[in-house]
Design a protein around this ligand. Structure first.
Ligand SMILES: C[S@@+](CC[C@H](N)C(=O)[O-])C[C@H]1O[C@@H](n2cnc3c(N)ncnc32)[C@H](O)[C@@H]1O
Length: 277
């Protein structure tokens, strides 16, 4: 989570702009919100809501939101922010585990998650979310994927650090990333699943802090983003090397089937892949 997420002095407009234009997650989040459509009066659950930025944004768009998270410190910040933005009445934050938090069947219009599934038993959490969705409900995921080769190197380095005794908690917390096979499984559990992947080489040419701070760095970053999007639009198989996805699954089919464990499959056969622009 970026340190800026800890700030609670933003206006609602600034929060919206920050989230939707965030360099890496922004594109997937815009995709999810466009596909979900109007949030007015909708019952929304955000799993792993962290400091509640996204929950507050959804509440400011008219949703009645419950955000759950394991971290009390994050939730305290989330409550403070929602109060300051004037959405505390429609934005509740609860300490809970997405794996066993009590949920009534068919009681939610939207379940949303941003960069959380890698910390959870995804099969269990997704199954519970599907059961909790109303028949015309939507699952919206803005999540990390396993296949980007550059990100894999970075993840490998973090694992190596953990073996040396550093960053151990982080390394232990990761339970694997949303796989192409799991996305296909979701395709069989919903009437319609659309997803759009992002970020191939962009993650390499624009290191996080230094390069984009300059005007030249910003230009390189934008060019890399356009190049990645063009490749993803023209070569569907390149999705297997993307870092992030925005996915919206609509119309849950309520008979269950076991979630997959095969992490080696590719995106090529995914249903309903939305064109990248
Ligand atoms: C990388 S942060 C993302 C937070 C927020 N979604 C965002 O995008 O700013 C992951 C969050 O998931 C929460 N988390 C991890 N495992 C969880 C679980 N089993 N149930 C609920 N929250 C969980 C963590 O406490 C953390 O706040």
């Amino acid at each position: 989570m970026s340190p800026r997420s800890w700030g609670v002095s933003e206006t609602g407009e600034a929060l919206e702009s920050r989230l939707l234009n965030e360099r890496f997650y922004g594109a997937g989040l815009r995709f999810c919100l466009e596909r979900v459509g109007s949030l007015e009066g909708k019952r929304v659950l955000e799993i792993g809501c962290g400091t509640g930025d996204l929950s507050a944004l959804l509440a400011s768009r008219g949703a009645r939101v419950v955000g759950i998270d394991l971290c009390e410190a994050h939730l305290a910040r989330a409550r403070l922010q929602s109060a300051r933005l004037g959405v505390a009445d429609t934005c509740e934050f609860i300490h809970g585990n997405a794996e066993d938090f009590p949920l009534s069947d068919r009681s939610l219009d939207v379940v949303i998650s941003k960069s959380t599934l890698q910390y959870m038993d995804r099969g269990r959490v997704l199954e519970r979310c599907i059961r909790a969705l109303a028949p015309d409900g939507a699952l919206a995921l803005n999540e990390n994927l396993p296949g980007n080769p550059f990100i894999r190197v970075s993840r490998g380095l973090r694992s190596a650090r953990a073996r040396l005794g550093r960053d151990v908690d982080y390394a232990r917390s990761i339970r694997g990333y949303l796989s192409p096979e799991e996305i296909r499984w979701l395709g069989g559990r919903f009437v319609r699943v659309e997803h759009r992947e992002a970020h191939l080489a962009r993650v390499l040419v624009s290191p996080r802090r230094t390069f984009p701070a300059s005007r030249f760095g910003r230009r390189v970053d934008v060019a890399a983003e356009h190049l990645d999007d063009a490749i993803l639009a023209r070569v569907p198989r390149a999705s297997a090397w993307a870092w992030l996805t925005g996915l919206v699954a609509q119309g849950p089919l309520h008979a269950s089937s076991p979630s997959p464990v095969d992490r080696g499959a590719q995106f090529a056969n995914c249903i309903g892949r939305a064109p990248n622009h």
